[in-house]
Design a binder for this molecule. Structure first.
Ligand SMILES: NC(=O)c1ccc[n+]([C@@H]2O[C@H](COP(=O)([O-])OP(=O)(O)OC[C@H]3O[C@@H](n4cnc5c(N)ncnc54)[C@H](OP(=O)(O)O)[C@@H]3O)[C@@H](O)[C@H]2O)c1
Length: 292
């Protein structure tokens, strides 16, 4: 039995689909108010709970052989979901003799970004998992291609593309479908055992390259609006005067806007060789989902 957390999310729902296509038994951890109809139709066992509750995690882990942790936080306390829920999942995985634990971390988790509770939590969970005696795979993805689908739709309708911060910053947007496949295969591929792997797409893109890609797909001239990071910082400082918690919660976005998140070509070659796949480009992903 596979336990998948974040089973209704961008990565999690693709993981569940793939496992069901392979006829594997899946327990999908969802909240009562989540949109989980599709998972049920695909034959997943739906477990209703809340990852903030240890007792729900304890129940969900019973009889489980593999765990794929792919949940995120929904804007509340990032520590509770990104740190504490994962530590409880790891403890329960050990207790239940789980054979392999896959953790979706984030590219840059090891860089010590103090402004982001999420990055800090990811790093601490990575440390906890690697010293847990469980078999594990830690995946550190760059930005997901599925995040860009709403931006591509807006571009298709208006030609507008907004960049905040340095438009030359580099990124290796990863196909969310490839990442889901890598997460699933990590439980069986020997080369993935006890590895921490950066995961990115095949190309290193500057942020300003993305509207160029959309432009080719939709045959539409781009209108790029590039706002300086200072504007974002000014907004955040202003927010801090009235709501310090909200100001803090923008820390992860600040880190994402201000830094580069890309994989080297050697890292991508290694990934492709471990998992025996060819990573999909952003252009191909957006074409598959949006080009008619
Ligand atoms: N998005 C990216 O570009 C990116 C890049 C690198 C790494 N990652 C990491 O990848 C992981 C998955 O990201 P994603 O973008 O696929 O996530 P997502 O689409 O935002 O989905 C988040 C999932 O977590 C679930 N969740 C939130 N709070 C919960 C709670 N209290 N109890 C149970 N489930 C809860 C949500 O359930 P509901 O349906 O009920 O809301 C949803 O299924 C995250 O750990 C993220 O840090 C993401």
């Amino acid at each position: 039995m596979f336990l998948v957390t974040g089973a209704t999310g961008q990565i999690g729902r693709r993981v569940v689909r793939l496992l069901r296509e392979r006829d594997m038994p899946v327990r999908a951890f969802v909240r009562l108010n989540s949109r989980y109809g599709e998972l049920e139709q695909r034959g997943a066992e739906v477990f209703i709970g809340d990852l903030r509750e240890d007792k729900d995690i304890q129940k969900a882990c019973q009889g489980v052989r593999y765990v794929i942790s792919a949940h995120s936080s929904d804007g509340g306390s990032e520590e509770a979901l990104h740190y504490r829920a994962n530590v409880e999942l790891i403890d329960q995985a050990k207790k239940n003799g789980v054979e392999h634990f896959v953790f979706i971390s984030v590219l840059g988790a090891g860089r010590g970004y103090e402004d982001s509770a999420t990055f800090k939590a990811k790093r601490e969970v990575e440390k906890y998992l690697t010293s847990s005696d469980l078999n594990y795979t830690i995946l550190r993805p760059a930005g997901l291609s599925s995040n860009l689908l709403p931006l591509a739709e807006r571009f298709r309708d208006t030609g507008i593309y907004l960049i905040i911060g340095d438009s030359k910053n580099r990124t290796s947007i990863v196909s969310t479908d490839d990442l889901a496949q890598i997460a699933v295969d990590s439980t069986s591929v020997e080369g993935a055992k006890n590895q921490t792997l950066p995961v990115g797409g095949p190309h290193i893109l500057k942020r300003e390259d993305i509207p160029g890609i959309f432009s080719r797909i939709f045959n539409q001239d781009p209108i790029i609006i590039n706002l300086p990071l200072l504007l974002f910082d000014g907004f955040r400082s202003g927010l801090g005067l009235v709501d310090s918690e909200a100001q803090r919660s923008f820390g992860t976005l600040r880190v994402l806007l201000a830094n580069e998140f890309f994989c080297t070509s050697d890292e991508i070659s290694r990934l492709e060789s471990i998992y025996n796949l060819k990573m999909e480009s952003l252009e191909s992903f957006v074409q598959r989902y949006l080009a008619s």
